[in-house]
Design a protein around this ligand. Sequence first.
Ligand code: FAD
Length: 464
Amino acid sequence: PLAIWWIRRDLRLHANAALNAALRDGFAPLPLFILDPHLLHNRFTAPQRGGFLSASLHDLAAALEARGAYLLVRRGDPLAVLRQVLAESGATRIYAEEDYTPYARRRDARVARDLPLVHVLGLTVHHPDSVRKPDGTPYTVFTPFSRAWKALPLPSADAGLSIPTPWPPVPRLPGDPLPEMPPPPAFPAGEAAAQARLQEFLAAAVYDYAVARNRLDLDGTSRLSPYLRFGLLSARQVVQAARNALTQAAHPAARRGVETFINELIWREFYHSILYHFPQVVKTAFRPAYRDLPWRTAPEDLRAWQEGRTGYPIVDACMRQLQHEGWMHNRGRMIVASFLVKDLLINWQEGERWFMQHLVDGDIAANNGGWQWAAGTGTDAAPYFRIFNPVLQSRQFDPEGHFIRRWVPELAALPTEYLHAPWQMPLEVQRRFGVRIGHDYPAPLVDHALARARALAVFRRVSG
Ligand code: FAD
């Protein structure tokens, strides 16, 4: 018998729970990817993410061809496409990895009403329904969530079966062409690239991760986020590989590195769980008290933030990195988010959208969670009075200024002592280094001390 393997954000052959389930149930899997117009064009669409998806699909198609199969691509409304492909192929079941975004759930519910859709767990290690408080309600605070998460055994659902070569015979149906979009330069697409990145990270950097992960000037994090976003790696497999690395870690500091890395993977699970249980977060603040903050409407300031022209070098470096690479360091994301929301008093949803329109790893759950955390409107939020000081953050996490010099070349020649707050340079120093503030590099958009006081007043009013 034949089944459709409906590929969505699980662009891999290895450790693929949906593919494995179809094989285990005795089906020949017909791999199908649907180009859903709603997902290709919406307010969050990002060219770089589209390029990464497109290159990953080409890679997957090639891997299937090498096994005597192929990737069927169809453009259109998923329900209509699936109905059509079932009819044309004679398949009797559809296997898909469950996704938790509000759109995915509406789409799948519509499909499941009419067609034989089987959901398989794979996007997260544990299903959001299986990590709950003893009274059955969902967690809204990270630490107890992570404790409950760690207490569960690792599911083995996507392990096991090897990928069939040759592939069981499936009918060749006519398809639409794959999209051709330039891939982002910083992230080679494809399953092999993802595996290589994981192995490289676990061979060395993970052992320093607890310390190095906060430094903007070091390559101390895994950069696995785009691969996890599109399922070029299985989350379960990454956790399993990290646990194996734990057994290799002799030194307590090395153990702490691996444990901290696993903890970040649990943050990913946590935000998927929040989105699953509280889908309203995509529209509004998690905390009702923060739904009507008196945000500023300041399109010029917003544009300066987006384009990396705020006059705060650390903010500008991060925002320019985002535009170029489609990626930003986690410390940078926290700094620029705090700056937009607290220093500029601009609605966090503007930042959420800009990030989604540029991040290769842009993920509704993690991005929304990160923004609501930074804004202090979310579940496990930083208290509103904790406002990042961009200059102190810059000194601490880019001490020599290597990161700033790379992304803000007009400041590259400045001595480190002036790099983090260049407006403090005396005129004669500006002249000596050929950087006139307000001319060659912008004067700061706001005074941080004043902006901080303004934000505190606004947030204090709604917090009661
Ligand atoms: P590592 O430090 O190596 O972490 C390993 C993996 O753990 C990451 O690849 C990611 O899958 C997961 N992870 C790490 N930190 C977090 C976190 N705080 N929340 C959820 N998952 C996490 N992450 C996204 O994947 N997509 C987003 O759209 C996104 N938007 C963010 C927006 C803001 C405002 C903030 C503060 C954070 C956001 N993050 C997002 C989380 C985090 O910044 C990135 O996952 C991380 O920087 C990716 O780099 P890495 O793979 O080197 O991370």
